[in-house]
Design a protein around this ligand. Structure first.
Ligand SMILES: [Zn+2]
Length: 217
């Protein structure tokens, strides 16, 4: 079973992928992780990756496809792969499709976690944590019982927000996401491989919807 998870920043893609890895023994193939692992692997491809990255050049699609091929052909223990962050372009989607045919595998489904942008912005920008104990809060969904005071450790005035959890930064990330992924949505829709689920439901509900989407194949 090979799937692609598509979803905007903050939609909870990482959380859901982690659940699939744990519950279904799947392997998450994240481009960033693969490149980092390749650098220290000592393989020919790994040396090439290290060289390219050290020279500050962009890693080509051929290299990433090569890394994915290594994973697809060497991991016999898993029940399948979750592609995360790849493909990002139509050329990469074609390359992945060719690779999967070559190693006698296929893409089973593409799950898009859809979100309402305004709700996502609210969800992200409302987050804050206690700077002392790390307890997480949300202005709408999980406010402290006494304003400004941490329920967990009792500290007053220690709440803080992540710098990139502001509305402008998030909207920039969202725009980049739509620009990158919208052609892929059309591509997989046309191939009848796309399934959409509501990414704004609770973590458990989204997890159930993903399970159903996978079972329906
Ligand atoms: Zn605290």
């Amino acid at each position: 079973m090979n799937i692609i998870l598509i979803g905007p920043p903050g939609a909870g893609k990482g959380t859901q992928a982690a659940t699939l890895v744990k519950d279904r023994n799947m392997i998450q193939l994240s481009t960033g992780d693969m490149l980092r692992a390749a650098r220290t692997s000592g393989t020919e491809l790994g040396k090439m990756v290290a060289g390219v990255m050290d020279r500050g050049e962009l890693v080509t699609d051929e290299i990433v496809i090569g890394l994915i091929e290594e994973q697809l052909t060497s991991s016999t223990e898993s029940t399948g792969f979750i592609f995360d962050g790849f493909p990002r372009t139509l050329a990469q989607a074609d390359a992945l499709s060719n690779l999967l045919s070559k190693v006698d595998q296929k893409l089973d489904t593409v799950i898009q976690m859809t979100v309402d942008d305004e709700a996502l912005v609210r969800r992200i920008t409302g987050r804050f944590t206690c700077g002392v104990c790390g307890q997480g809060y949300h202005e709408d969904f999980k406010a402290p019982i006494i304003k400004g005071k941490c329920d967990n450790c009792g500290e007053v005035g220690a709440f803080k927000k992540r710098a990139d959890d502001n509305e402008d930064a998030l909207k920039t990330r969202l725009m980049a996401y739509y620009k990158d992924t919208s052609p892929l949505i059309g591509y997989y829709y046309a191939k009848q491989q796309l399934q959409q689920i509501n990414g704004l439901n609770s973590i458990d509900e989204v997890g159930r919807d993903i399970s159903e989407a996978i079972s329906s194949i």
